[in-house]
Design a protein around this ligand. Structure first.
Ligand code: CO8
Length: 372
């Protein structure tokens, strides 16, 4: 069967944090810490913490603001992480709540009721709990049929899920698959680390992937192929997990939240991503210059500029490789999907596009699509 993406949906949290607000809170935290440890710092036993800056953040990353589900806890210099209320087991979980919202938007765009969904893939960098799977809760809340499961490939979760959806539909096993990417990155970002406190934002994206002959949406994107790759690296790592208690490790230790060697990631991932896209297009007898739009992973402006330069020698811009990270920051797996959701209306039938993610793992996933 031919397979199309027939709808996309976006859940955008209500709260924004500008770089100015973020830096003000961070610097207040630094001042509090340095005052608290003034003696040790004066004795040379401890390094003082250093202020962050709006200029650095914009220049190094291209990020200007981020959306978050909860703002006060993040900006409280005595806390520096969001404050979520624990919900009872019989209440819809927060992750499922934002997923249902994004899914409903995608279903509306596809012109389909939830009951036609026969598989739900919840794919994101962090899951709210061990089990039952988030996907099964989302399936139940939507009234979808079939089955659901969770998958995690960090920033490449969405593209890796798209390949699973594509294969399920083209093999005939499924008719209509919901791919959903709830990214509550604010809960696993280390807001107290100057090197990374500005990087992430919260969001949820959704995609409807279905058989072309059953699709009725006014706008459809045929999937021409998917290509996934991974290569082990410790340069982006989070050691939070169910073994922590048994290992008697400190649940608040630095290694239990996001950390990275940003420079190394930048240098190593750009060539991997560019070669990956070029190789994938070659298998479809296409060249990078045949592509009208690249919806790239949204981690860093300079990174996307270099990927595009390697591919076609051109510039990142609204036309070739639209950016959404200035507004959303890095939203892990959702970034390239937000770019696809927001920046495709102007393309014409027959136009070719590539959705491509890259990130922790390392992992790279590309999806080549053609407007019908
Ligand atoms: N304010 C002011 N100065 C700063 C700050 C700050 N906030 N932070 C660092 N500096 C200083 C440094 O101290 C350094 O000073 P010096 O030169 O004196 O040593 C100088 O600025 C330069 O620092 P860096 O070399 O670290 O800065 P870069 O220019 O490399 O920029 C970036 C840092 C923005 C992190 C950049 O390296 C980058 O974007 N790299 C790519 C990262 C990337 O793509 N990562 C993917 C990660 S995400 C992913 O895959 C998903 C994981 C799952 C997510 C889960 C949820 C949270």
């Amino acid at each position: 069967h031919s397979v199309v993406i027939s709808g996309t949906g976006l859940y955008q949290p209500l709260h924004t944090i500008t770089n100015a607000e973020l830096v003000q809170a961070f610097n207040a935290y630094v001042d509090l810490q340095n005052a608290e440890h003034a003696q040790a710092i004066a004795a040379g036993e401890r390094e003082p913490l250093v202020h962050s800056s709006v200029e650095f953040i914009e220049k190094a990353s291209g990020i200007k603001q981020r959306y978050v589900l909860e703002k006060d806890g993040v900006l409280d210099p005595t806390r520096m992480y969001p404050r979520f209320k624990e919900r009872p087991d019989d209440q819809l979980s927060l992750m499922a709540e934002i997923a249902v919202d994004a899914a409903q938007h995608a279903l509306k765009a596809a012109g389909k009721p939830a009951s036609v969904i026969d598989a739900v893939l919840c794919a994101s960098a962090n899951m709210q709990r061990a089990y039952p799977a988030m996907a099964v809760e989302i399936q139940h809340a939507l009234g979808a049929g079939g089955y659901g499961f969770d998958m995690n490939v960090a920033c490449s979760s969405a593209t890796f899920a798209l390949e699973q959806a594509y294969n399920a539909v083209r093999s005939g096993a499924s008719k209509c698959v919901l791919v959903i990417n709830p990214e509550i990155t604010s809960a696993h970002l280390e807001w107290r680390d100057r090197d990374c406190h500005f990087i992430f934002g919260d969001v949820c994206t959704a995609l409807i992937v279905e058989r072309a002959d059953l699709a009725t949406a006014p706008e459809q994107w045929e999937i021409l192929g998917t290509h996934l790759a991974t290569q082990f690296s410790n340069n982006i790592r989070n050691n939070f997990g169910f073994m922590n208690r048994a290992e008697d490790s400190d649940p608040l230790a630095r290694d239990k939240t996001f950390r990275q060697e940003g420079r190394k990631v930048f240098k190593e991932v750009v060539p991997i991503a560019a070669a990956h896209i070029e190789g994938h297009l070659a298998t479809l007898d296409r060249q990078p210059s045949d592509v009208k739009r690249y919806w790239l992973h949204q981690a860093n402006l300079g990174m996307n500029q270099l990927v595009i330069k390697k591919l076609v020698g051109g510039e990142v811009g609204a036309d070739l490789a639209p950016l959404i990270l200035d507004e959303f920051a890095n939203t892990a797996s959702a970034g390239s999907i937000i770019a696809f959701h927001r920046h495709r209306a102007d393309l014409k039938a027959g136009d070719l596009g590539v959705i491509c993610s890259f990130g922790a793992g390392y992992s790279v996933g590309s999806v080549v699509v053609k407007k019908r």
